[in-house]
Design a protein around this ligand. Sequence first.
Ligand SMILES: O=P(O)(O)OC[C@H]1O[C@@H](O)[C@H](O)[C@@H](O)[C@@H]1O
Length: 305
Amino acid sequence: MDAQLMRELEEIGGEIRPNSLRECDEIFIDQPSYSARIALWGGHLVSFVPTGQADLLFQSINEGAQSRFGRRHFGVPVCWPWFGANAEDDDLPAHGLARYFRWQLVEVGRFKNGDAKIVIRLASEDHPLIEEMWPHAFELRQVFRLGEGFSINFSAANLSDKDMPISEALHTYFYIGDNQTAQVHGLDGVTYVDKFDDAKEKVQQGIVSPCEELDRVYLHAPERVELIDPTLGRKLRIESEGARSKVLWNPGEALAKLRTDIEDDEFRHFVCIETANALSNAYQIPAGEMHQLRFTVQVESLEQS
Ligand SMILES: O=P(O)(O)OC[C@H]1O[C@@H](O)[C@H](O)[C@@H](O)[C@@H]1O
């Protein structure tokens, strides 16, 4: 790792630590008001803990299959350049390729207000296997902003001379005290595709609660949703830009028991609220252009609101 970057990382209270995940290192940042971890494998924000509170993000203790495309359920996996199964080739891994490669740390610093800034990059030209799996040259960047809450600014540049078809998600596993009482607000009246019910289109009525057995792609969804967690006494405000879909995922008891890459009871402690462009919200990045997807998470105590 570049010595200058290491010094800059130290200046913001950061260090590189070894991580068991694919024996790939992670960035750990410890500040008076929060601590955070970013795994370079997959370019995952793994954890964000406001001091004195539970983590905002969930991490499964199950490390999944050790094969190259083994899945893990934690933090904010990047699903790109396709969401879900690949429509043309069943042999390609679910949710694209970005989560299966090592990203590179390229910049460390601070925003004007003092928030920490970490930038990581994944480029097709650095990985021959990516070039075999996907016919377009690209460069991805994630800018993590860490302070009072966190934000991720994900950008994808199409470096090829052809338009690039994209479906994608920042597949955020939010940690919750109890999925029976957690509530997702802000999707009332939005049409969704229910992947647990034959991909039927339905319209959301009111709030989503309990957060159990959900596999739903909300189309043309609003930019702001809220996750209310009465058990932990907190509310997370989630705001996105550049994303037309929101995906909610919680496998529920029966599917969790069938899956070998997640522990039986873990579904009680997470709900994925994904900032996405999926299904009919897929789009193309024209040759030579780029697209940005961002989301911000702010936390407040339920007593304050
Ligand atoms: O197990 P994975 O590949 O990480 O995906 C988890 C889930 O991710 C969700 O986004 C999908 O809608 C689900 O269908 C899928 O099961």
